[in-house]
Design a protein around this ligand. Structure first.
Ligand code: GDP
Ligand code: MG
Length: 175
């Protein structure tokens, strides 16, 4: 059995659902109480990749307030994939995705020099008061070099596993 280590970053503004997303994926739970992440949270999930391969997924959940400080360079180091998340009810969290992507691309690359594959997640799609349209997300995603984008609801467990599968599968082309 071969085991690969795969570091994936989860970035985005505070309160968009990053910690909930990681906890839902790793522990299968959704917790409604809001506890702000300080610095970085680190979770691991062992995934059976095929009959002969396992992947140890390392999820780095970065606190939103770290956005423009030099620390992000250290968090990004060695990552092979990235999830950039925003909240569909917050246009400012959507606007920040450009900064998150630029921050990542300016500070880290894959070992082969290519940019780290990123997917864009439009979270909280269960909420009625959404302010960011699918059309603008689509346009933004293409213009900023994301692999793809998806609507998620960590609350309703919509597309959480799917988003992580897409993220994890990018490693084949990257290493
Ligand atoms: P983080 O700061 O990005 O890590 O965000 P958290 O994971 O701490 O979540 C912030 C708040 O949003 C919490 O109160 C969560 O319960 C809530 N939340 C997270 N995901 C969803 C979702 O898909 N739908 C709804 N309605 N609330 C969510
Ligand atoms: Mg958090």
């Amino acid at each position: 059995m071969t085991e690969h280590l795969l570091k994936i970053l989860v970035v985005g503004d505070g309160n968009v659902g990053k910690t909930s997303f990681v906890q839902r994926y790793v522990n299968g739970q959704f917790n409604k109480s809001y506890k702000m992440t300080v610095g970085v949270d680190f979770s691991v999930k062992l995934v059976q990749w095929s009959d002969t391969e396992k992947v140890r997924l390392q999820l780095w959940d970065i606190a939103g307030q770290e956005r423009f400080i030099s620390m992000t360079r250290i968090y990004y180091k060695g990552a092979l994939g990235c999830v950039v998340m925003f909240d569909v009810t917050s246009s400012s969290s959507f606007l920040s995705c450009r900064h998150w992507k630029q921050d990542l691309d300016s500070k880290a690359t894959l070992p082969n020099g290519h940019s780290i594959p990123c997917i864009l997640l439009a979270n909280k799609c269960d909420l009625a008061q959404r302010v960011v349209s699918a059309e603008s997300i689509n346009r933004f995603s293409k213009a900023n070099g994301f692999l793809t984008w998806m609507e998620t609801s960590v609350k309703d467990n919509k597309n959480v596993g799917e988003a992580m599968s897409v993220s994890a599968s990018t490693r084949g082309s990257s290493v």
